[in-house]
Ligand binder design. Structure first.
Ligand code: ATR
Length: 285
């Protein structure tokens, strides 16, 4: 038996992580539930990794449509679910679980979609096939960004990371067109780039700033930081000051939530100014 459909249905979804209190996902999804007139709730659930399998298997009997997953559960879930979508397989992490009618679990990844949708929203005339992209960092966020850029047809992706073997691993995994550079080469790698994407924790509130001179970056390149607290990082300030167009990290956070909501509740929600403002106001200044 699955949860009843129709007007009596209380729509349930949530986000599992450990810790989980900081998550902005409840704000986003509960906003959409209200906006689209769905009775229900999206709740934060603290689940330590050792309880993940039992927690996921409990979703169907509890009537949950699914959950989002955050650190440190995104990779652990890969081994538990019954199916994975191509993005989760390619990125190596699942940020969304969809519970099917028969109780089987599908792991999906919406981060690459969120990143590319956010870029396209901020820069509608951007032609991603136009030139090389530089990606700073080689962690989980970089994997989603590289997957999204490859899917979108970016011809060359230069990955530069402090720990070079991690960048090399991504280059060999994501195949032709993805090239590893050392951290020392990060400024030189900007030459001729059409897009720069910052995926490390540098520049985030409470972290060291990113040390990067932008002199070699073409004036028409787009600069994107996936850090969203602060909303405008020192990198984005520096890029805007020299005339580059910039894309803030808040958009990725908002857009990655859309396909999950659609998969659970059948409505592809919009990112409105009202939602963006609410989310922005919830973030530390
Ligand atoms: P996420 O999943 O958010 O990407 P992660 O896997 O911990 O998190 O990756 C963090 C990224 O920030 C990595 O690329 C990391 O570089 P290393 O692979 O060398 O650790 C990068 N990073 C964190 N602190 C850094 C610093 N002080 N200087 C340069 N890069 C840093």
């Amino acid at each position: 038996m699955s949860a009843p459909a129709g007007p009596d249905r209380f729509h349930l979804a949530g986000v599992m992580g450990f810790p989980i209190a900081h998550s902005r996902s409840p704000l986003i999804h509960n906003h959409w539930m209200e906006e689209y007139g769905l009775k229900g709730a999206y709740v934060p659930v603290a689940v330590p990794p050792e309880n993940l399998e039992r927690a996921l298997r409990a979703l169907h009997p509890l009537g949950f449509a699914g959950v989002n997953l955050t650190v440190p559960l995104k990779t652990a879930a890969m081994r538990i679910v019954d199916r994975l979508d191509p993005a989760a397989l390619g990125i190596g992490a699942a940020n969304t679980i969809v519970v099917d009618q028969d109780g089987t679990l599908e792991g999906r990844n919406t981060d690459a979609f969120g990143f590319v949708a956010s870029l396209r929203e901020a820069q509608p005339e951007l032609d991603l096939s136009r030139g090389p992209a530089v990606v700073l960092g080689a962690g989980g966020a970089a994997r989603a960004v590289i997957y999204g850029l490859k899917e979108a047809g970016v011809p060359e992706i230069r990955v530069t990371n402090r720990t070079v073997p991690r960048a090399q691993e991504l280059a060999s995994e994501f195949g032709p067109g993805v090239v590893a550079h050392s951290w020392e080469e990060r400024e030189e790698s900007l030459r001729g780039a059409a897009l720069l994407v910052q995926t490390t924790s540098l520049g985030m509130q409470g972290h060291a700033p990113l040390d990067l001179r932008l002199d070699a970056l073409p004036a028409d390149a787009i600069v994107c930081d996936i850090v969203y607290a602060p909303r405008r990082t020192p990198l984005l300030h520096a890029a805007a000051a020299r005339g580059n167009r910039v894309v803030e990290g808040l958009g990725m956070l908002l857009h990655q939530a859309r396909p999950a909501f659609a998969a659970w509740f059948g409505v592809m929600p919009d990112v409105t100014l009202g939602l963006r403002t609410r989310l922005d106001e919830s973030l530390p200044r």
